[in-house]
Design a protein around this ligand. Structure first.
Ligand code: 0O2
Length: 221
């Protein structure tokens, strides 16, 4: 009887984690469609690249412990919202909000929460737009709504966050004040770069549009 019970738990656990993989597949396809369609319509893509990850069982366990969550699959689903994660790296800050609204406009997605760490950066300088969305996943005998955490950021924000994660992750002692300040300065430098590139992007777009209008005037449309 115990073996039967183990088998049942194993099947349930496998299906539970598979559900998050399917949800990620769904979201990735959606984002890929947006990317391709935008590229073909505007000859430009607001999305540089995407990267998905499933939280490891070890990392899920750590979060359960930290959040003092119950241990049933139901509790885990309710309390750990970033088991499935998708990171979208955009070219420019304005593209982040463009991708956000394209996702908000998809009827089958439910937006559970949006955290705008771009408008309100974390004290260390962390910037990113976080969306918690629920995706319907259709399986052979049931339908589940599964939560996926989407992080949208620019290349510069991603560069800063990846390195900050490497430098400070698992650093359990308190970080000296002057290092925190330097980290914040680095985030400001990344932000300055983002704004400069956005300005260049807008200026070049304007010049291109003006040139196109001039051509139309000269040769008729
Ligand atoms: P990992 O290793 O990326 O998976 P939560 O703990 O998720 O219930 P919280 O902390 O309010 O609630 O979530 P929030 O603020 O949306 O942040 C969750 C994720 O954002 C983190 O996941 C990181 O990926 C990223 N993040 C948030 N703050 C920072 C930061 O200061 N630096 C960097 N590099 N990343 C950050 P995990 O699970 O903590 O980590």
């Amino acid at each position: 009887a115990q073996i039967e019970q183990f088998k049942k738990i194993k099947t349930e656990l496998t299906r539970f984690l598979m559900m998050y993989k399917f949800a990620l597949d769904e979201i990735e396809t959606k984002v890929e469609i947006l990317k391709e369609e935008f590229q073909s319509l505007h000859d430009y893509s607001p999305i540089e690249h995407t990267k998905s990850r499933l939280k490891s069982p070890e990392s899920i366990m750590k979060k359960i412990y930290r959040k003092n969550s119950g241990l049933s699959l139901h509790d885990i689903k309710k309390n750990i919202k970033d088991i499935a994660g998708l990171r979208i790296t955009c070219s420019f800050i304005s593209d982040i909000y463009r991708v956000k609204s394209m996702l908000e406009n998809q009827d089958d997605l439910t937006i559970l929460e949006i955290k705008d760490y771009i408008r309100y950066p974390k004290p260390n300088g962390y910037k990113s737009l976080h969306m918690l969305v629920e995706v319907p996943v259709f399986m052979s005998d049931r339908q589940e709504r599964v939560c996926v955490e989407i992080q949208i950021r620019t290349i510069a924000m991603d560069f800063w966050a990846s390195l900050e994660h490497k430098i400070f992750y698992k650093y359990n002692q308190s970080v000296p004040e002057h290092l925190l300040q330097e980290l914040k300065d680095a985030a400001d430098a990344a932000d300055e770069l983002d704004r400069k590139m956005e300005r260049l992007h807008t200026d070049i777009k304007e010049i291109k549009e003006n040139n196109a209008l001039q051509m139309e005037d000269e040769f008729g449309s």
